[in-house]
Design a protein around this ligand. Structure first.
Ligand SMILES: Cc1cc2nc3c(=O)[nH]c(=O)nc-3n(C[C@H](O)[C@H](O)[C@H](O)COP(=O)(O)OP(=O)(O)OC[C@H]3O[C@@H](n4cnc5c(N)ncnc54)[C@H](O)[C@@H]3O)c2cc1C
Length: 465
């Protein structure tokens, strides 16, 4: 989007901007921007109406893997200090929170009252604003859909400086452009979200080790009919008869009666401890093909062939990676590329072929996650559609990675699928239009809502969102 060059360059009086290099969680593609951290919601409108020529974008906790929350040469509004929970109704399970409130904060506040976030991604270190802007999904997508389904209302600051209350019924067009809209419709200031009732902070987990891709997929399909949460880890380097072998875990929140007698007195206890930090710099290439192959083998062997009814704390089940602070540093200074696609049901062959291509290319990913999505929602750029989603982490320096991912894009496109905008750092713009059929509508809405192109990110520039 072009940015008007008539806007002033100086921060508004009383505001301090700090110039710094930012990246996403994958630590690739750094760009330098002026970053500001408003202390309260009232400070944000002036920041937007006085945005510099290169525009402005909101940033939560920077857990998008790519440059969605970067704006090279422009302004980035960090929501870190907009972190107040303004209302929490323990009877109705409705929470109103400023955009910078993290899902961890929500869990800490709501779990003792018997409520859990309706949808949790694989990390709880994301903000409410980031969860809406990427319309994040979790292990319960087949039952609960993505985050936006549970959002009752958004206070959205648009390019004209107005704060609009946007609801799915009252302003469906703007609501479903904002949910999944990657921050490009405005700054989400506050949102009201419906929580999910739970009796305990423990999950009853079933684990099953699978021999190949057919068994992994069959097992996931079965788990979706029996459990509210399901996911598979897969060994992306296994080939031949072991192609796509994995470990399927599924679960549901435990009832108080499922807990051992000693834990029943405090069933909702939640202690979000972060464990050791990864060393600041790992030698480049530590996660090589060989080490990932060994790790994958060990992870696979460690899993029980079949185990049922294991009680796990919320953190262990939903956010195992949060146990290591800055785990993204294990990929070394060159960073890593996350790739996530979804293809519709009926395109199982595309999933199998993607595993074949990755294994044949010996492209090492340890965090390889396969999951089935349920129905999508009206979000113009929302990622989920009913089908199979596969997420992988590759060291950025993997030889041949760019061409492998281009070939995977072709497979995904031909199968009627798409890649995830919160993770993508390299899809070709022409391919994107085929993946998101409502991209044209999104661009039109933005052109009307924000004719000067105030809201812009590095991602938006690359893909002309
Ligand atoms: C370990 C790990 C596991 C993950 N697992 C999953 C998963 O299972 N499912 C899933 O869907 N995602 C997953 N993600 C991705 C993550 O959930 C999303 O990228 C999420 O958007 C990050 O939130 P954030 O607060 O860090 O936002 P940022 O990364 O800072 O920003 C993300 C986007 O949201 C926009 N944004 C942020 N705040 C606002 C605001 N206040 N107003 C308007 N726009 C805003 C930004 O402009 C940007 O476009 C995972 C990420 C990690 C690191």
């Amino acid at each position: 989007m072009p940015a008007s060059n008539t806007r002033p360059r100086q921060p508004p009086a009383g505001q301090r901007h700090q110039r710094m290099a930012l990246t996403g969680w994958g630590r690739t593609a750094p760009t330098v921007a002026d970053v500001t951290e408003p202390a309260g919601l009232a400070e944000v409108p002036t920041l937007v109406t006085s945005a510099p020529p290169r525009g402005v974008i909101a940033r939560g906790l920077g857990r998008s893997y790519n440059n969605a929350a970067q704006n090279g040469g422009g302004l980035v509004i960090s929501t870190t200090r907009l972190s107040r929970i303004t209302a929490l109704d323990p009877a109705a399970g409705l929470v109103t929170a400023e955009a910078g409130v993290s899902l961890e904060q929500l869990m800490t506040a709501a779990l003792p009252l018997g409520w859990f976030v309706p949808v949790s991604p694989g990390t709880r270190q994301v903000t409410v604003g980031g969860a809406i802007a990427a319309d994040v999904h979790g292990k319960n997508h087949h039952r609960a859909g993505s985050f936006a389904r549970h959002v009752r209302s958004i206070d959205l600051l648009t390019a004209d400086g107005e704060v609009r209350t946007v609801t799915p019924a009252g302003s469906p067009g703007l609501f479903w452009a904002t949910a999944g809209g990657m921050g490009l419709t405005g700054v989400i200031l506050r949102a009201t979200v419906a929580l999910t009732r739970v009796q305990t902070a423990r999950v009853l987990v079933d684990t099953m080790r699978t021999a190949d891709i057919d068994e992994t997929m069959a097992c996931l399909a079965a788990a979706d009919t029996s459990h509210g949460y399901s996911v598979a880890w897969a060994d992306c380097l296994a080939r031949g008869s072991r192609l796509g072998r994995g470990v399927v875990t599924s679960g549901d929140f435990a009832a108080v009666s499922d807990l051992p007698a000693g834990q029943r007195g405090d069933p909702l206890r939640f202690t979000p401890a972060s464990l050791a930090g990864a060393p600041p710099v790992f030698p480049n290439g530590l996660l090589s093909r060989r080490t990932v192959a060994l790790l994958n083998e060990a992870w696979y062997r460690k899993a029980p062939r079949r185990k049922t009814g294991e009680l796990q704390p919320v953190g262990a089940f939903f956010h195992p990676l949060d146990g290591i602070r800055n785990w993204n540093r294990v990929y070394g200074p060159a960073g890593f590329v996350q790739y996530q696609y979804v293809v519709p049901f009926g395109q199982e062959e595309a999933v199998r072929r993607s595993f074949e291509r990755i294994a044949a290319a010996r492209a090492p990913s340890f965090v390889t996650v396969l999951k089935r999505f349920g129905p999508g929602n009206p979000g113009l750029l929302s990622f989920p559609l009913p089908g199979w989603t596969l997420a992988l982490d590759f060291p950025a320096r993997t030889p041949g990675l760019a061409s492998l991912l281009d070939r995977l894009d072709d497979l995904v496109l031909a199968a009627g699928g798409r890649v995830y905008l919160a993770k993508d750092s390299r899809v070709r713009p022409a391919a994107l239009a085929g993946m998101y059929p409502r991209l044209g509508e999104f661009r039109e809405l933005r052109a009307q809502l924000d004719p000067g192109g105030v809201f812009v990110s590095d991602l938006a520039r690359r893909l002309s969102l």
